[in-house]
Design a protein around this ligand. Structure first.
Ligand code: ATP
Ligand code: MG
Length: 391
């Protein structure tokens, strides 16, 4: 009787070391098309199990005599997909139900079936067939689990790679904006441009840079409108007093394009208010409010910039960059409309935008007065000049 060394996931391990039992069992299984592997003792069975097997056929006497803890330990340590089938060839006797040891074997070895001797070869073959079919299912589950795990691993790697790329890109955009700002400042100085022109240009680039900062913090997934508005208002609040611009509206996330457009538009509106409108006198105020209305699969955003208590306003005779950017550029980026009115008691700019999909919520948010956030960019030389009322 030779121990079979070859490994294979479908092997039927046979542990029946008395007389010709294992040779007979192996012959029956071989004839039925299975792959029998005879094991001389329990340690040999454990080794064969470690190399891979479909099931084990064990005579009860071995379990009685030997300490089968190493096998029970392996059963306990099986991965989630595995439930190794074992067929115990029980001793001839007065029926399995009267054999108290069967319960003990079941508890220690898990997936155990009992076959009382003497048995017909066909019964053995059909039990082995059933056990092997179950084992094949376990292998399928293992392969699916492994495929799932490697898909998750790949997804995590992709996500990490994407995060690295986005971080790198954010870094480069920030550096590029800083470089553009520096080029503009130096070129304008050389070209004898007025301080006002220089500051107008610098503060516009800074407004863009601040909006980028908010979006970078959110991985460019969108931005909170309140935060975008607070960033845009910050330098003006710093220069004129916090209470001069009030911001209020529900929490609403807007896509990156909208966030940038709104930030630039608010910068132009505030700059105009400082030059000609409510922020040009000590009494004037600005209220920027927004609200959401639920539509079918989208939300309608209405945002209103309203100036009050400022100087008497007359309709403008010329259009500059500011109003063109607001009425044309913002409207195009918003998927909506923008309108500036010039009533005598103060400019009103009304924005209607459609926000598709999720990402909006209608929780009421208190009026924002968070002027201190992210002041670094505006602290750069020349950055806050437009924030001061004209002399
Ligand atoms: N808040 C305001 N209150 C009163 N008048 C305003 C206000 N905003 C704009 N205006 C008038 O509208 C005109 C056009 O504004 P716009 O922002 O387009 O140009 P600008 O501010 O003169 O120049 P630019 O924006 O190109 O620096 C202004 O010249 C001004 O007469
Ligand atoms: Mg302007």
């Amino acid at each position: 009787m030779n121990e079979t060394a070859a490994s294979g996931p479908e092997r039927a391990l046979i542990l029946a070391p008395f007389g010709r039992d294992s040779a007979v069992a192996a012959a029956i299984l071989k004839e039925a098309g299975f792959e029998p592997a005879i094991c001389m003792d329990l340690p040999a069975l454990c080794r064969a199990y470690d190399e891979g097997a479909g099931l084990a056929l064990i005579v009860e006497e071995v379990l009685q005599d030997d300490d089968f803890r190493p096998l029970a330990g392996r059963v306990d340590a099986q991965p989630a997909w595995s439930d190794f089938p074992m067929i115990v060839l029980a001793q001839r006797g007065g029926g399995l139900e009267r054999n108290p040891a069967t319960l003990r074997y079941s508890q220690a070895l898990g997936n155990v079936s009992f076959l009382e001797r003497p048995f017909h070869p066909t019964t053995l073959v059909s039990m082995v067939q059933t056990a092997l079919r179950g084992r094949r299912r376990q292998y399928e589950a293992r392969d699916r689990l492994e495929a799932l795990r490697s898909a998750v691993r790949r997804q995590q790697q992709d996500r990490q790679h994407l995060r690295l790329m986005v971080n790198e890109l954010n870094h480069r955009v920030k550096n590029t904006l800083a470089t553009v700002q520096s080029i503009v400042a130096h070129t304008m100085r050389g070209a004898d441009a007025s301080l006002r022109t220089r500051d107008t240009l610098t503060s516009r680039i800074l407004a863009l840079s601040k909006a980028h900062d908010v979006l970078t913090n959110e991985q460019w997934s969108g931005a909170d409108l309140g935060e975008i508005a607070a960033q845009a208002a910050q330098p003006f609040r710093l220069g004129l007093g916090e209470g001069r611009i009030s911001l209020s509206g529900p929490k609403v996330r807007v896509p990156p394009k909208t966030a940038i457009a709104v930030a630039l538009a608010l910068h132009e509106l505030a700059t105009n208010a400082v030059k000609y409108g409510a922020l040009s006198t000590p009494e004037g105020h600005v209220d920027f409010t927004w609200s959401l209305k639920r539509g079918r699969g989208h939300k309608d955003l209405t945002a209103v910039w309203r100036e009050r208590d400022g100087p008497h306003v007359s309709p403008p005779v010329r259009r500059g960059f500011g109003s063109r950017l607001i009425e044309k550029g913002l409207a195009a980026d918003l998927n909506g409309t923008v309108r500036i009115d010039y009533p005598a008691d103060g400019v009103v700019c009304t924005i209607h935008a459609r926000i598709d999909g999720e990402g909006t919520s209608e929780e009421p948010a208190p009026a924002r007065r968070d002027q201190g956030r992210g002041s670094a960019a505006f602290a750069a030389p020349g950055g806050a000049v437009e924030a001061s009322p004209p002399a």
